[in-house]
Design a protein around this ligand. Structure first.
Ligand code: COA
Ligand code: ZN
Length: 325
């Protein structure tokens, strides 16, 4: 049952990038392509299909070009790829990526660890990439560690708002606020997202939460209360940044869609298709995955009552009769 709701929500699937980038063994290219094709048919709005990073830094996604060129494209799905620098943008554009997801960290230390750049160098590189992509692909900027950094701790809301202002000033219109290591809490999320949406109502903001401390779905609700309608999530709850200590999986896509549907929201996603995709993951990655709905079943799953209840009922009926007589 899916009840109606006001604003349709858009789900962005990131398992094949954020998830597979941290898997210890290489997932065969054909498996990645088959999974992306199935996810494309499930109704998600966007799939971050791969990353055009240095294959030395992220060997798990060294097949980015083969993946992008091998997939079937669904007309209503945006096929995005993460790009860490101009070299990655050029490679992605050659593979007809719909959207370049350029990335920098709100914290200087994580930016140096992940990209080997100072934040001002990242910002300058973004301007170059916008020029390269102009007329060929959309550009989304992801702001990692926007809700806290494993090296620097809390990052002030004002610092994030300044970075958003800098991104907007160079022409960015799509921004993802990323909780890279699951440090955010729902009150913080609602506060920061409200400030951002109030200041820049025309920017498309996406929220990207990792469930490292079990606050992922609660953070989605905090973001929704602020008015965010676009969410990254990862099939099975895979995910994690190799350059952030303690990073673990994203909010699980099928658990998120399940929760939103149970609450009466419209996502455009076929939950059963997602569950079918998720059921293939443990064999693909070689270990169990954190997603819970696949294990527990949907909220309206019903079990046959235990057979022994018949005798309990009989006994209760006897007690009641006995009491009445
Ligand atoms: N695509 C392919 N190769 C790339 C590349 C890209 N986007 N960027 C750099 N390279 C190559 C360089 O040419 C160099 O190759 P060589 O050793 O054969 O000469 C090699 O990678 C390393 O380059 P180096 O100069 O040491 O690093 P860099 O500063 O050029 O690259 C990064 C730094 C950040 C681009 C690289 O470390 C990277 O891709 N990191 C991964 C970031 C990421 O995806 N993080 C997780 C998601 S947030
Ligand atoms: Zn992430």
């Amino acid at each position: 049952m899916q009840r109606s709701s006001s604003k349709p929500l858009r789900i962005h699937e990131v398992a094949v990038r954020d998830g597979f980038q941290i898997e210890p063994h290489f997932i065969p290219t054909a498996d990645k392509i088959a999974l992306i094709n199935a996810l494309g048919r499930s109704g998600v709005a966007k799939i971050e299909a791969t990353s055009f990073s240095s294959p030395k830094a992220i060997p798990a996604l060294a097949d980015a070009a083969e993946v992008m060129l091998g997939i079937e494209r669904q007309p209503h799905v945006t096929y995005a790829a993460l790009v860490p620098n101009a070299r990655g943008a050029e490679r992605a554009l050659q593979c007809r990526v719909d959207e370049l997801n350029i990335v920098m960290s709100a914290s200087e230390t994580h930016n140096l660890a992940n990209l080997r750049l100072r934040r001002e160098q990242s910002m300058a590189g973004f301007a170059d990439i916008l020029g390269l992509a102009s007329g060929s692909a959309a550009v989304n900027a992801s702001l990692s560690t926007a809700f806290g950094c494993p090296f620097e701790g809390t990052i002030a809301d004002e610092a994030i708002l300044e970075l958003i202002a800098d991104l907007v000033a160079i022409g960015i219109t799509r921004i993802t606020l990323c909780d890279t290591t699951g440090m955010a809490n729902p009150a913080q999320v609602k506060r920061l997202c409200s400030l951002a949406l109030t200041a820049w109502p025309d920017i498309t903001f996406t929220a990207h939460f990792h469930n490292t401390r079990g606050m992922g779905l609660a953070n989605v609700l905090g973001a929704m209360e602020a008015g965010i309608t676009h969410f990254d999530a990862s099939l099975g709850g895979l995910g994690g940044c190799p350059f952030a200590p303690g990073a673990s999986g994203n909010v699980c896509t099928e658990d998120l869609v399940h929760m939103l549907h149970a609450m009466g929201h419209d996502t455009g996603v076929n939950l059963q298709s997602l569950l079918d995709c998720a059921s293939q993951l443990p064999a693909m990655v070689g270990h169990a995955v954190p997603g819970q709905v696949l294990k527990a079943g949907k909220w309206d799953r019903q079990y046959p009552a235990p057979g022994s209840l018949g005798s309990v009922q009989q006994r209760l009926a006897g007690t009641i009769c006995g009491t009445a007589s």
